[in-house]
Design a protein around this ligand. Sequence first.
Ligand code: IPM
Ligand code: MG
Length: 371
Amino acid sequence: MKLKIAVLPGDGIGPEITQQSVKVLKAVADRFDHHFEFEEALVGAAAIDLLDSPLPEATLELCKNSDAVLFGAIGDPKYDNNPDAKVRPEQGLLKLRKELGLFANVRPVKAYDKLIPQSPLKADRIGGADMVIYRELTGGIYFGEKSTAEDGQSASDLCSYSVEEITRIAHLAFKAAQQRNKKLTLVDKANVLETSRLWRKTVTEIAKEYPQVKLDFLFVDNAAMQMILNPTQFDVILTENMFGDILSDEASVIGGSIGLLASASVGKENAMFEPIHGSYPQATGKGIANPVASILSAAMLLEHFGLTEEAEAVKKSVELSIKLNVCTIDINKDNHYTTDKVGGFLEGLISEVENISINNENLNLGQMTII
Ligand code: IPM
Ligand code: MG
């Protein structure tokens, strides 16, 4: 398959982790005989510094003319600590999502057996947790009208949703539930918010088209608690933009590290793949950032284009690296590997896999030769 992939490394650890996913995708292309073409562009603080815009026109054009976008991370503390900043890096990501029509953000969360003992949550609660969050991505309070009064004494962010916006993501979430454990939980705040009541009404109506899927509802405050108390109850979670943002960070604790959580943002015509973590400025350039979330996002890219075997190869190699403890410091505290080494190991596994039969002993051997 021929794919043109726009690479937007962005800020902080974005460039170093994205570099690893590109390595892995190149290994996939070599092994499975595909042709992936990569082209880089600026976004975020990196783009503001050079071109005064968090999403330069050339970047947007490149993304529109590519089959997929591989996104790194966005954000810089110099803007976080300045509430008066007129331009912010995050605006680049939000505009990109809107312009590309990426209305559904898909965030899978699962507990890796090996990492369960390290989780701050009790093992018997999280063992077997496996869910996917469908977060609406181009509506709600993120994109409603914003204003600050001239006297600076009040401000407003409007939250609004249309039936159409709810319907298009709801269908994707129901279809996913049909392929999984046939349970969909709508997370909202319908006891308080008008928009949430519209979500409930619309989703209840759509559920009739998916009789095999069991639909239930949770208020977001309760959902936040249930995520920690009993995460195995979830299969597919469907929710609006802001609730999805918050719940997916919370859910990352189940996976053992936020450095493992990937996401796909899809629309009618475009698709973007990005880790759910931020730019982690304190780690920039130190070689300690976990590249796995970005690499698993690349696996979601492959899946999106129907390259299932290829995506499996990437996911399998990640699972093996975790099993063998070839991990960055967030996971492997005592004997950690650098960002580049972990990426190189996964790249090596994918390229070498034909020569290495999949068993632990050989992989240990592989580990020594590849690293
Ligand atoms: C995410 C991030 C973004 C969001 C920020 C960087 C704007 O937290 O993708 O979850 O809030 O959507
Ligand atoms: Mg977030």
